[in-house]
Every structure is written in structure tokens, then in C-alpha cells.
Design a protein around this ligand. Structure first.
Ligand code: SF4
Length: 381
């Protein structure tokens, strides 16, 4: 994995949230709106105003277009955003998320022309029953065509996102999903454990007893099987949910997991910058109103103490297979006191959940399996 630490150079990441989807997936609790042409026009022009008024004169190393469905934008929208983003020679990765049903060679070409280097496709599953449960309408033919289109537009870094632990999904059908994804040879595969987001259709069905979440032991089997199968084709787990061919780890995600700084534009976009963490208001109308009258509407505002950043660096660092380096943490955070964590970290080592090698400390596969519980414990220390 690339060990680049851009924190010293104070590189900035940029996140652009595109809050539109053609329709809502059953598992999704994110903010989104069905798009109308005028909504997209207004969104793009407001986004440009926000980028210009919140311009930060720093070198940018990663840009990420997420959503929602960024591939729903027209070529003209993509060009307008591209020409207004502060890109420079320090940029090492520019990603865009897309859904299989909205990929066209025109929009992929437009993304490529503004400088996008990496495309991830939210496939989620190739299995008809799983797709039905999670409310995805794509066909296999559409997914394969989308993948080919992205490749033929010249992208050398493609990611496929898959989801597991879906009610009714068997281990066998999950294995088939993984193998189908591998047969396409993407550079990156993300495997997300289904969560029942409040406001999602699946959560409603769970609460009314129509569907039942899979048992925790089966989830563990999915997790273990995933690592075994993807390793057969050279996909390396570099984070609990993320696998890549060597050199194709998501730099933007690593940037955020390392607690470096980023600025988010668009409704619902989160930022972590100048010792503060906040999220833009979730409503498209309120977001726009705030930008037009210069009173930005933000929520979940948090002043970041050094203690919070240390805890978050440990929590997110330990979710990566390379783990954390105590010396690096001491260099960045003067107040980092390893002794405070020693008892717990020794417990993890004694129980074969973690390995210490000098200043390096990382979780074992069994430790990664309980990474969420380890995070909760770190917050109490
Ligand atoms: S999962 Fe992705 S594509 Fe589906 S509704 Fe949510 S944001 Fe949109």
C-alpha cells in the first residue's frame, strides 16, 4: 500500500456530493432527490458558487464525486464543475461514483476530459433475488455494458461496490457475486455489510417483521469468505471493507481515514478542516438559500480537540490492515500518550486480535472481524 502521508504538506481533499438518484434503493437512507433538469442546473450553478466562495488556497491531492449518483449529470454539467474546481499538479486521484444504469460513453468521456482518473460502479449484486430485495433495477446486461463503456473510455482504475448480508442472500450467491466481479478484473472491490439505515425501505420492512437481518455468525462467515475468495485473484484487503490490486487503494478514502483535511461541497457534504468538522445542511433548498445569502447552513458541527483526532486516527487507522504507527502519531499529535492505550492493546495482542511490531500495530484477520467493537472500546479509554 502507498504510505504517502500528505498531512505534513497540508494537502487538501475535496468531496463533491451529488444528491440525485434516478430512484431510491431499498437499503439507502442517504439524502437524495429524483432529478429534474432544472434541479440539476440549479444545483450545478449553486455548487460552483459554493466552490468559489469557499475556495481554500491549498494544494489538492484527491477529489471525490460521491452521492447520490454523480453519473446522472450531463456532459455540460460535468464540464462546468470541472472548469471551476481548483485542480493542480499535486492531484493524485480523482474519483467518481456511478450507477450501472446511468453510464454513457458521453458522460464517461466528459469525466475523463476534466481529469477524473478513477470510476467506481455501485453494482451491489449480480443476483436477481438480492437485487430485488435491495430495490435495484439494473440488469446484468446493463452492468456489463457499463463496465465496458468505462474501460473503453480509457479508465485504468475501476472499482466495483458489492453488498453482503442481505436478507435471503446465501453464502453461495455471495461467492458467485464475488467471482462475477473478479471476472471483470476491476482494480478495486468494495464489499459493504448491509446496514439498516433509518428511513430506508428495508428498515421499514425489518421493523414490520417482513424481513429478518442475517445472524451475526453468518455475517462473520461472509466476511471471512470474502477475504479468501478475493485473495485468489490478487485482491489485497487493505481496509475492513476494501480490497484492491497492488497500488490501486483508494487514496481519497485513505486521506480521510488518516484524519487529514478535506472540504465537502454540495448538500449533505461533510468537511474536516481547520480544526472543525461539520456537514452541509441536508436539504437542497436550504443549502442553496444559505449559499445565495452568504449564511452557510451547516449541522453536526464539532470543534476537533487533539484527543478526538487521536481517537479517530486509532479507530480508522486500525480498520486498515497496515494499522497505526505510534511514532507517526507522536510526531503529529504532541499529546499522544501510548501508555493510556497499553492495557487494551496488550489485551488485543494476548488474544491474537492484534500484532505489535516495534512502533507498528495492526489488527489480525480476527481483530478486523471485531473492528467495530474495538472502536467502541477505544472511545472509552
Ligand atoms: S444506494 Fe446509491 S444509487 Fe441507491 S439510492 Fe442510495 S445513493 Fe442512490
Amino acid at each position: 500500500m502507498q504510505e504517502k502521508d500528505s498531512r505534513k504538506e497540508k494537502f487538501l481533499g475535496i468531496y463533491i456530493h451529488v444528491p440525485f438518484c434516478a430512484h431510491k434503493c431499498a437499503f439507502c437512507g442517504f439524502f437524495k432527490q429524483p432529478p429534474r433538469r432544472q434541479d440539476l442546473d440549479v444545483y450545478v450553478e449553486t455548487l460552483i458558487k459554493e466552490i468559489k466562495s469557499q475556495y481554500i488556497d491549498r494544494k489538492v491531492d484527491t477529489i471525490y464525486f460521491g452521492g447520490g449518483t454523480p453519473s446522472i449529470l450531463s456532459c455540460e454539467h460535468i464540464r462546468r464543475i470541472g472548469e471551476n474546481l481548483p485542480t493542480n499538479s499535486s492531484l493524485s486521484e480523482w474519483s467518481v461514483e456511478c450507477s450501472p444504469t446511468s453510464v454513457t460513453s458521453e458522460t464517461m468521456g466528459a469525466f475523463r476530459d476534466i481529469g477524473v482518473t478513477r470510476v467506481t460502479i455501485g453494482v451491489q449484486s449480480f443476483d436477481k433475488n438480492t437485487l430485488k430485495t435491495i430495490g435495484r433495477r439494473q440488469t446484468l446486461k446493463q452492468v456489463l455494458a457499463a463496465y465496458d463503456t468505462i474501460r473503453s473510455c480509457g479508465f485504468k482504475n475501476i472499482g466495483i461496490d458489492l453488498i453482503f448480508s442481505v436478507p435471503g442472500q446465501s453464502l453461495k450467491s455471495w461467492e458467485a457475486d464475488l467471482k462475477m466481479a473478479m471476472s471483470l478484473s476491476p482494480e478495486h472491490i468494495s464489499t459493504y455489510n448491509l446496514t439498516f439505515e433509518g428511513n430506508s425501505e428495508l428498515d421499514k420492512q425489518r421493523r414490520s417483521g417482513k424481513i429478518f437481518p442475517l445472524h451475526g455468525d453468518i455475517e462473520a462467515e461472509f466476511f471471512i469468505k470474502t477475504g479468501e475468495i478475493l485473495a485468489q485473484d490478487g485482491y489485497n484487503r487493505y481496509e475492513v471493507s476494501n480490497f484492491s490490486k497492488p497500488g490501486f487503494e483508494s487514496l481519497h478514502n485513505i486521506h480521510t481515514w488518516e484524519m487529514q483535511e478535506w472540504i465537502g461541497y454540495g448538500p449533505s457534504a461533510s468537511s474536516q478542516i481547520n480544526g472543525e468538522r461539520f456537514t452541509n445542511v441536508h436539504s437542497l433548498e436550504l443549502w442553496r438559500e444559505g449559499i445565495l445569502n452568504g449564511k452557510y447552513k451547516r449541522c453536526d458541527f464539532q470543534k476537533l480537540s487533539e484527543e478526538t483526532l487521536i481517537q479517530d486516527s486509532l479507530i480508522f487507522g486500525l480498520r486498515m490492515t497496515r494499522g497505526v504507527n505510534f511514532q507517526k502519531l507522536r510526531d503529529i499529535f504532541k499529546g499522544f500518550d501510548k501508555a493510556r492505550y497499553d492495557t487494551f492493546f496488550n489485551f488485543l495482542v494476548d488474544n491474537k486480535l492484534a500484532v505489535r511490531n516495534g512502533n507498528n500495530f495492526h489488527l489480525t484477520p480476527n481483530g478486523l472481524l471485531v473492528a467495530d467493537a474495538i472502536s467502541v472500546e477505544i472511545l472509552t479509554l
